[in-house]
Design a protein around this ligand. Structure first.
Ligand code: ATP
Length: 213
């Protein structure tokens, strides 16, 4: 079913923590592709700092040349915030026969019951949970039950069905955070070695994280 990984985020900016996670999952789960999907600008511009066009350009520059890495700008074209379930519906319409694997961090997964129409999400896609430090898979409560129902340790399940499984996978942890990167740049420091040089160049050219006067 040529599974497609979907890696969404604000990517403000994209860094090696994101790229390494995406690469390890692409390889370990034998995904045909990993689609990076930058989020649109929020209606009130207070959570992202670089605008959508610059964030998209950084994601394109970061992923260029890596076979299997694909950039998907549908959330940016759509403008405003989109629910994951709505985005997955559009992907399902575009790829009716493919397995779709939505990548989420363990922190996001723990909040799943609060997501809009989250049960329907599992009709549309698999969930792949990437471990971040300090997080454990829940063993009790609604998520514990859901894992008993839908959890799998078989990568082949992601290849044999289009949707419906939850797969938890540990990835190498690089303790890089976009928020810290922005703060450090605003303080005049150089983000070198936290991200590809091409992303650093865009940050330099656009001055997107320079403090506003
Ligand atoms: P901030 O650091 O400002 O909180 P973020 O990098 O967590 O931002 P996003 O760009 O939205 O925010 O992250 C996209 C996805 O990448 C999320 O699923 C997030 O959990 C994951 N992610 C973020 N940082 C890392 C990292 N260092 N290693 C692995 N995954 C990460």
């Amino acid at each position: 079913m040529n599974p497609i990984g979907i890696f969404g985020g604000t990517f403000d900016p994209i860094h090696f923590g994101h790229l390494r996670t995406a690469f390890e999952l692409l390889q370990a789960l034998r995904l045909t592709e990993m689609r990076f999907m930058p989020a649109g600008n929020p209606p009130h511009r207070d959570t992202t700092v670089a605008n959508a066009e610059v964030r998209l350009a950084m994601v394109q520059a970061a992923t260029e040349g890596q076979p299997g890495f694909v950039v998907d700008d549908r959330e940016i074209r759509r403008e405003g915030l989109s629910y994951s379930v709505d985005t997955m519906r559009t992907l399902r319409a575009d790829f009716p026969e493919r397995s779709l694997c939505l990548i989420v961090g363990m922190d996001a997964f723990l909040g799943l019951p609060k997501w809009h129409q989250w049960r329907e999400l599992l009709d549309l896609a698999h969930l792949v949970v990437a471990h971040r430090p300090g997080w454990r898979a829940p063993s009790m409560g609604p998520l514990g039950e859901l894992l008993v129902d839908r959890g799998t340790g078989r990568i082949n399940d992601l290849h044999e069905a289009r949707a419906g499984c939850i797969y938890i996978h540990a990835v190498t942890q690089l303790e890089i955070s976009s928020t810290d990167v922005r703060k450090s740049i605003a303080a005049g420091r150089d983000p070198r070695y936290l991200m590809p040089d091409a992303v650093r160049a865009i940050i330099g050219q656009t001055g997107c994280y320079r403090p506003k006067r």
